[in-house]
Design a protein. Structure first.
Ligand code: ASP
Length: 597
């Protein structure tokens, strides 16, 4: 017995007269007196079945039992539809299957939502993902994801990379998140960390002479879930030996082009722009700017140095953006709230009305020179931030992004990809007061900046680069440290004692002392890349079985507590606390994470 001869979307007029067996889901059943019509569906499309009691008296009673989403197998003759029944909207619309025998292969309970229903709540969709997957939307997204994955693999192989697997269970791999831990039954009280990335392993591959490695690697990071973040995600991870920075960027750009082409989208023009970290921070206040619109930050620190307006005069830095809109008091009030979310204490503004007259409580304190600097076109609002420079940038960057979206300044048909380069090597860790790495501790200083690692860490720049698309960070990479002395100096600057460095990364320091070639690489967040190529704003739309923001999987109910016996075996005792209760609460609230997106 054969289940089917063709997929449901395949029958065409050229097969009229053939006997065919089709199988699929009943998408719709219509009873027209004696005649029953069923739309039989699979992922390729729909074929109409006709069950005529006069032609097949056995099939007719079966057809009456059919309900939505029953799985059917139908055998019959492909016939042309009557001219007035042809459906030009359907690829199979010229034909139908005159059914001789109909079998109910599998029944379906009434579904929690109809597959053609719009606006089904996301939690329900994820809870019943196997139903959601039957819908075109998810079918398309997962197939796009596959197409891109295949294009990436082809491109990497054409470029001479080999696919090598690395362990998931390993030692902590510092990528700036918490580790997920795996208890080890054979050695109670010890834990593996799930790899936050294959970072150290790929460096060891270069030391091991593999030369060009890649992998579509799953990574695990324990951090809050967001529109562009899940606990586990995949990266196109690669590393090459003896590269210049441009070599690495070129590999990635080829992958970008191949992926765009694979989904029939016009690739961005290459090479992509390279912009320094300093430049993007000054102009956009973020290292992942959406440059599809203006509203660039302007600096006013100099001109406001002796300002009579104390908020400006006393601030270490002052910046502003000019927004082409005459905001009302109420609008300015809500913008102030946005500014506060980003760390501002208040929001100073100058509103230029239609006539170009300025309206602002602070205007009377400003000098001619200040007013001349801020002078803007009629119907413009100038928004200020005055604080430490990083806060000024953060606030104005946050306002800029908010307003870009709110005021519809973003052209959704535009794609803006760019490289951000020359990041600082270190940043200040406010909690510990120490220097910490900006990305991971294996990033090489810019040539000539090695001496600054311990002397002037604040001024040491790195050979790190980020790929940014329309305001999303798609991935990061760097040229790595291949000299164990430089690596040890970086650990020292981070406040690690020699013992601690040895305990955590001794194996790497040792490998670096045994013939390490210069090397560098990159990792591209696959789900983010696929989401953007699929025009989705949330990576959950391209993940088959995502978790919601509470960190739970509504489908399986994971994570769950474990029986005492199993815990005992692992040498683990659970301390009762609010963690468990907290989790239950957020699942019940149906929080899918859209709020924080
Ligand atoms: N390991 C880095 C990350 O996961 C990427 C890299 O530096 O290649 O972001």
């Amino acid at each position: 017995m054969k289940w089917r001869d063709l997929m449901c979307g395949e029958p065409r007029a050229d097969r009229v007269g053939e006997r065919l067996t089709l199988a699929g889901w009943a998408a719709r059943r219509r009873d027209h007196g004696g005649l029953v019509f069923i739309d039989l569906r699979d992922h390729t499309g729909i074929c109409q079945l006709v069950i005529n009691p006069e032609r097949s008296p056995e099939a007719a009673p079966v057809a009456h039992q059919v309900r939505n989403e029953f799985v059917l197998r139908a055998e019959g003759e492909l016939v042309p539809r009557a001219p007035d029944a042809v459906n030009p909207a359907l690829p199979t619309g010229e034909v139908e299957l005159q059914v001789d025998s109909l079998e109910i292969v599998s029944r379906s309970e009434p579904l929690p939502f109809q597959l053609d229903e719009e606006g089904v709540d996301e939690l329900t969709r994820i809870r019943y993902r196997y139903l959601d997957l039957r819908r075109d939307h998810m079918q398309q997204n997962l197939r796009i994801s596959h197409t891109i994955g295949a294009a990436i693999r082809r491109s990497m192989e054409e470029q001479g990379f080999i696919d090598v697997w690395t362990p998931s269970m390993t030692k902590g791999t510092p990528e700036g998140a918490r580790d997920f831990l795996v208890p080890v039954r054979l050695q109670p009280g010890t834990f593996f960390a799930l790899a936050q990335s294959p970072q150290v392993f790929k460096q060891l591959f270069m030391i091991g002479g593999l030369d060009r490695y890649y992998q579509i690697a799953t990574c695990w990071r324990d951090e809050d879930l967001r529109a562009d973040r899940q606990f586990e995600f995949r990266q196109l991870d690669f590393e090459l030996a003896f590269p210049t920075r441009e070599d690495v960027l070129d590999v990635m750009e080829r992958v970008v082009r191949a992926s765009f082409e694979a989904v029939g989208r016009e690739p961005p023009s290459l090479p992509l722009r390279r912009v320094s970290y300093d430049d993007v921070m000054a102009r956009y206040g973020t290292d992942k700017p959406d440059v599809r619109f203006g509203l660039e930050i302007e600096d006013a620190t100099e001109v406001t140095r002796d300002s009579e307006f104390g908020v400006f005069g006393n601030a270490p830095a002052v910046g502003f953006i000019r927004v082409p809109q005459e905001f009302s008091r109420t609008e300015l009030g809500s913008l102030e709230e946005v500014a506060k979310e980003w760390g501002a204490k208040g929001l100073a503004y100058l509103v230029y009305d239609e006539e170009g007259e300025v309206r602002s409580p602070i205007a009377k304190f400003l000098s001619e020179r200040e007013l001349a600097t801020f002078r803007s076109d009629p119907a413009t609002t100038v928004l200020f931030a005055a604080d430490e420079l990083p806060i000024v940038r953060r606030v104005l960057g946050g306002l800029r992004t908010h307003l870009g979206r709110e005021l519809g300044l973003i052209d959704p048909r535009r794609d803006e990809l760019l490289w951000v380069v020359d990041f600082p090597l270190f940043q200040h860790d406010e909690e510990s007061g120490n220097w910490t790495f900006m990305h991971h501790p294996f990033t090489a200083p810019l040539p000539g900046h090695e001496g600054l690692v311990e002397g002037e860490p604040a001024n040491a720049l790195s050979q790190h680069y980020d790929l940014v698309w329309n305001g999303w960070e798609l991935g990061s990479g760097s040229i790595r440290i291949h000299d164990s002395d430089v690596q040890a100096a970086v650990f020292r600057t981070m406040g690690m004692s020699a013992e601690e460095a040895e305990e955590k990364f001794g194996y790497l320091l040792e490998a670096l002392r045994m013939g390490a070639p210069p090397h560098g690489g990159f990792a591209l967040g696959l789900e983010r890349f696929v989401a953007l190529l699929a025009d989705e704003r949330n990576i959950r739309e391209v993940v088959a079985f995502p978790k919601v923001s509470s960190g739970s999987d509504p489908l399986t109910g994971a994570p769950t507590p474990l029986p005492d016996e199993q815990l005992r075996e692992l040498g683990i005792r659970v301390v009762e606390g609010n963690g468990i209760l907290g989790r239950e609460r957020s699942v019940r609230d149906g929080d899918t994470g859209t709020r924080s997106s």
